[in-house]
Design a protein around this ligand. Structure first.
Ligand code: ARG
Length: 399
């Protein structure tokens, strides 16, 4: 997307940081357009009250801040828990889940404020550009898309600082940020800086949501999570809304050092990337959900869903939240969750977590069937024919 006059009003996903501040002014200068700044509150814990003034001081005609925390956890995080979505067996998808939601509201704001284009501050090397733009494309194909990081000739943070200085853009942080950070109610992610060496351990001072396991309390804590149809509804018996529940669980699990992950992942664009994540509450929710499923899901339904889970995670990761294949996968997952009602007790200790109990009013677990004591329902001699038929087709081997 280039050239003056091709767009007249752009809605920019804006955080108030250096990059999006520079982008805001660059859009005005380079495209000769008006800019509506839009900021989503997904629980990044940044002060948002002064943001509209800052955006306007940088040149925006308007600034819209939306609190999306409840919707984020209810409609994005919880579905990912119901589907056990874990990318490459490790990443709980904190950033990937927020992008389609941020994009969806950006489209709404763009329409409400008469914009003919949308813009974002994601670079040309990452997953986020794909996630934003696939969502834009699915929800509003008529809007033009501007990705300044792929268009302009600013190449570094130094270039951005110089541009800000030249145009009198108010920037607060001047020290170089050691990492690329993305935070929301589900997680915080760190990439870049010293983490680019995959052998180098992260510094303890980097972590935000979790204490180091060594510094965690010497006594364990226990939490009980209640689920209805696969959805977390209560913590320690207290009914809580989605954002409130995850906020509280983050605090408890973070205080016990639970939820740190250090991995090298495969980005959609074909690059391997080292990332460190803190997902304290989400880690507990996934474990508790699996525990409730273990007594409430039919074996075959569970195994079918388990085949879909990696695909579900991949679709989230690659940015296909709003796609026909995602609708299909999600419908199957939701169908699997109808009986997933019950609670699990989780013990948190020094960075680790164990399930110590699970129960459900609709449990499929039959103590009478599984007992090692004498029972009246299961005829052990039935197993003789069962095994003989299973073995019928096995060819003989020497060893
Ligand atoms: N690697 C993770 C992902 O692709 C985290 C990305 C974080 N984004 C950022 N702009 N710092 O989901």
């Amino acid at each position: 997307m280039s050239g003056k006059g091709s767009v007249s009003r752009v809605c920019l996903a804006y955080s108030g940081g250096l990059d999006t501040s520079v982008i805001l002014r660059w859009l005005i200068e380079h495209h000769g357009c008006e800019v509506v700044a839009y900021c989503a509150d997904v629980g990044q814990e940044e002060e948002l009250s002064g943001l509209p003034d800052k955006a306007k001081a940088t040149g925006a005609v308007d600034c819209v801040v939306r609190d999306l925390r409840e919707e984020f956890v209810r409609d994005y995080v919880y579905p990912s828990v119901r589907g056990n979505a874990v990318y490459e067996g490790t990443y709980l998808l904190g950033t990937a889940l927020a992008r389609p939601l941020i994009a969806k509201h950006q489209i709404d704001v763009a329409r409400e404020t008469g914009c003919d284009a949308v813009a974002h501050g994601a670079t040309g090397k990452g997953n986020d550009q794909v996630r934003f733009e696939l969502a834009y494309r699915a929800l509003a194909p008529e809007l033009a898309v501007i990705a300044p990081w792929r268009d302009w000739d600013l190449r570094s943070r130094t270039d951005c600082m110089a541009y800000a200085q030249k145009h009198g853009i108010p920037v607060t942080a001047t020290v170089k940020k050691p990492y690329s950070i993305d935070r929301n109610l589900l997680h915080i992610s760190f990439e870049g800086g010293i983490l680019e060496d995959p052998w180098r351990a992260p510094e303890e001072a980097m972590f935000v949501m979790t204490v180091s396991p060594e510094d965690a309390p010497d006594a364990p804590a226990e939490v009980v999570i209640s689920f209805e149809r696969g959805t977390p509804v209560a913590l320690d018996g207290e009914s809580l809304g989605a954002a409130a529940l995850l906020t509280r669980l983050n605090r408890i699990a973070g205080a016990h050092g639970v939820g740190r992950v250090d991995m090298v992942e495969n980005r959609f664009v074909g690059i391997k990337s080292r990332g460190v994540y803190e997902t304290p509450g989400g880690t507990v929710l996934h474990a508790a959900h699996r525990a409730v499923e273990s007594i409430t899901l039919d074996r075959e339904v569970m195994h079918e869903r388990d085949r879909l889970a990696p695909r579900f995670a991949e679709l989230i990761y690659n940015g296909f939240w709003f796609s026909p294949e995602m609708d299909f996968v999600r419908a199957a997952i939701e169908r699997s969750q109808e009986n997933v009602t019950g609670e699990a007790r989780i013990r948190l200790f020094k960075g680790g977590l164990q399930v110590t109990g699970r129960r459900s009013p609709v449990s499929l677990y039959d103590a009478e069937l599984s007992t090692f004591e004498e029972d009246t329902t299961y005829d052990q001699s039935d197993a003789t024919g069962f095994i003989r038929l299973q073995g019928l087709r096995l060819p003989r081997r020497e060893r």
